[in-house]
Design a protein around this ligand. Structure first.
Ligand code: SAM
Length: 270
C-alpha cells in the first residue's frame, strides 16, 4: 500500500515502517498462530498487517486516520478474518474487540505520543491481553526495561515489570521509517503474568507508592514515607525491622519486588 499517498500526519504520529525485513521480524515477534486473535494498533499503510493477515484466525485493525481506515477497509473487504475498526484505540476496550480479551495478542507500531496511555490501558485494566508487541521510542523501551539503580529506573519500569515479563525484541534505526523520525526506536515484547500475581487492590497500592516515591526523586525512602504516608520515625524503624529494607536508601535503588513488598506492608498497617 505504498506510494501515491497523502502526506504523513505528524499529529497522528505517522512514521511508516518501510523496511520489509524489519516489518516481517516484528510481525513474527507476536508468534502468530492459526488459532490466534490479534489486534493491531495503528496499522497505517499495512506495514505489519500484510505479514499478519492470513496467518491468524482473526485480525482486528484499529486505525484512527479516516483515509487510512477507509483504505484498509477497502483492501480487506473480501476477508472475513480481517476487521477494520475506525476509532481511537484509547476509546476501544479489549472486551469490545473480542469475546475472549484475555486470549488476545496485541501488536502495533504505535504513535509515540500516546505510548504510555496505550500501555496503561493494556496493563492497568483487566483482563490483560495474552501478549503485546509494541514499537516504542528507544528511550521509553530503556525506561521500561531499566534495572534498579540505573538512571532511567522509575515508575514505568516498576509498573510494567511487576505485572508482566518484558524483553527487547530489537532496536530499530530511524532509517527504517518514512518520514524519518527524530528519535530511535525499539520493539518490546510484554507478556502479562497469567494469572496475575497481585490483586487489584495490591496493584492500586503499588501504584500509589510508586507515584509517591518517584514524584520526589533524590529523597530517601523513609522521608517519602513520612511525608506521603504520615509515618513517624518509629513507624519507619518498625517497617525496616519487618521488611529488612534499608529505608535510608533512595527509591530508585529498590527492586520492583521490594516495592511490591513495601506496598503490601503499608496496606496492612492501615
Ligand atoms: N503500523 C504502521 C507502520 O508500521 O508503518 C503505521 C505506524 S504509525 C507510527 C502510527 C499509526 O497509528 C498511524 O497509522 C496513525 O494514523 C495511527 N494512529 C494514531 N493515533 C491513533 C489512535 N489514537 N488510535 C488508533 N490509531 C492511531
Amino acid at each position: 500500500m505504498h506510494g501515491n499517498f497523502p502526506r504523513a500526519k505528524r499529529s497522528l504520529g505517522q512514521n511508516f515502517l518501510v523496511d520489509p525485513n524489519i516489518q516481517r521480524r516484528i510481525a513474527e515477534a507476536i508468534r502468530p498462530g492459526p488459532d490466534d486473535e490479534v489486534v493491531e494498533i495503528g496499522p497505517g499503510q499495512g506495514a505489519l498487517t500484510q505479514h499478519l493477515a492470513g496467518t491468524v484466525r482473526r485480525l482486528v485493525l484499529v486505525e484512527l486516520d479516516d483515509e487510512l481506515a477507509r483504505r484498509l477497509a477497502r483492501q480487506f473487504e473480501d476477508r472475513p478474518d480481517v476487521e477494520v475498526v475506525h476509532a481511537d484505540v484509547l476509546d476501544v476496550p479489549l472486551e469490545r474487540i473480542s469475546a475472549d480479551p484475555a486470549g488476545l495478542k496485541v501488536i502495533g507500531n504505535i504513535p509515540y505520543n500516546i505510548t504510555t496511555p496505550i500501555l496503561f490501558a493494556l496493563l492497568e485494566r483487566r483482563p490483560r491481553p495474552r501478549e503485546i508487541v509494541l514499537m516504542v521510542q528507544r528511550e521509553v523501551a530503556d525506561r521500561i526495561l531499566a534495572p534498579p539503580g540505573s538512571k532511567t529506573f522509575g515508575a514505568l519500569a516498576i509498573g510494567v515489570q511487576t505485572v508482566a515479563d518484558v524483553e527487547r525484541v530489537m532496536n530499530v534505526g530511524k532509517k527504517a521509517f518514512r518520514p524519518v523520525p527524530d528519535v530511535e526506536s525499539a520493539v518490546i515484547r510484554v507478556v502479562p503474568h497469567a494469572p496475575p500475581r497481585l490483586t487489584r487492590d495490591e496493584e492500586a497500592a503499588l501504584r500509589a507508592l510508586t507515584r509517591a516515591a518517584f514524584g520526589q526523586r533524590r529523597k530517601q525512602f523513609q522521608r517519602i514515607l513520612r511525608d506521603a504516608y504520615r509515618l513517624t520515625h518509629e513507624d519507619v524503624s518498625r517497617l525496616e525491622g519487618e521488611t529488612g529494607l534499608d529505608l535510608q536508601a533512595r527509591p530508585e535503588t529498590f527492586a520492583p519486588e521490594r516495592f511490591v513488598e513495601l506496598a503490601r506492608v503499608l496496606r496492612e498497617r492501615r
